[in-house]
Design a protein around this ligand. Structure first.
Ligand code: IPD
Ligand code: CA
Ligand code: CA
Length: 260
């Protein structure tokens, strides 16, 4: 029932996103430069929340646009109704619905649906990760300098040591392809599917990474913070990889690479 509800919510919200893609919709600004929210983010969130609450009215919900619906429950749904809103608002079809489910503080289920490619990613703790029902695995690449990476940048620039542009520059100067798709959930799923070898980002929220984290882990990869500590959705730094190049990415982030 949990799995079916998760799938129903993700597919229905994704279908709505696709239907509204070429329509006109209201766009508002949130905190931060160009941090947008559209009418469709709210509509997608309503579809997801209605689906969950009709079946599990006592579950805790954390959703990007509505915040927390606090319940005394061992289950918590973590929802991003549109991940890639700037893409969506600009007619760029790289965006998705992302939903993770925690049980007793552990992520146990994750779903990410990109309706434009009709790609439904699903992961269940201990049971694997799947793309449209086919098992997926991370890549086998072992050399970080020969890898294909992806990252994202925050809406408000972080001017800190080892910040987003510095780390990006370190890879780019060495000729490493670092893509920027604009949807952290898709970035993570594409690491899980072996399309990217690694992903890092400096400032994420729980809803950006909850489902994608499990996808990477269940596909055989590794997800940590910038200190190499196990993933938590409630801290901003994230590195996800096929495992082999993980330390290599951390070394670049912390500028521990010798250039001689
Ligand atoms: C954003 C996307 C983007 C990432 C940002 C997120 P939103 O989420 O995941 O790729 O770089 O950090 O905030 O605003 O489109 O839901
Ligand atoms: Ca997001
Ligand atoms: Ca969002």
């Amino acid at each position: 029932m949990l799995k079916e509800t998760l799938q129903r919510a993700a597919l229905d919200a994704g279908t709505l996103m696709k239907e509204r893609f070429h329509s006109s919709f209201r766009i508002d600004n949130k905190e931060g430069v160009n941090n947008l929210v559209t009418e469709v983010d709210h509509a997608s969130e309503k579809v997801i929340m209605d689906t969950i609450r009709s079946r599990f009215p006592d579950h805790f919900i954390l959703s990007e646009e509505s915040g927390e619906i606090v319940m005394d429950s061992s289950y918590k749904w973590i929802i991003d109704p549109i991940d890639g809103t700037v893409n969506f608002a600009n007619g760029i079809p790289i965006c998705c619905v992302s939903i993770g489910v925690e049980h007793d503080g552990n992520m146990v289920l994750g779903a990410v649906y990109n309706p434009f490619l009709d790609e439904y990613f699903f992961a269940e703790r201990g049971a694997g990760a799947f793309l449209n029902d086919r098992p997926i695995r991370v890549s086998e690449k072992t050399d970080v300098w020969k890898s294909c990476l992806v990252t994202g940048f925050p809406y408000s620039y972080l001017d800190t040591p080892n910040g987003p542009l510095e780390v990006f520059g370190r890879f780019i100067r060495k000729g490493v392809p670092v893509r920027r798709l604009g949807s952290a959930a898709i970035d993570l799923c594409w690491v899980a599917a072996g399309r990217f070898d690694g992903f890092y980002e400096h400032k994420l929220n729980a809803w950006d990474s909850a489902a994608g984290f499990l996808m990477v882990e269940e596909a055989g990869g590794k997800v940590t913070d910038f200190a190499g500590r196990p993933y938590s959705p409630y801290q901003p730094h994230l590195v996800a990889s096929n495992g082999h190049i993980h330390d290599g990415i951390l070394d670049v982030i912390h500028d521990r690479v010798r250039n001689d």
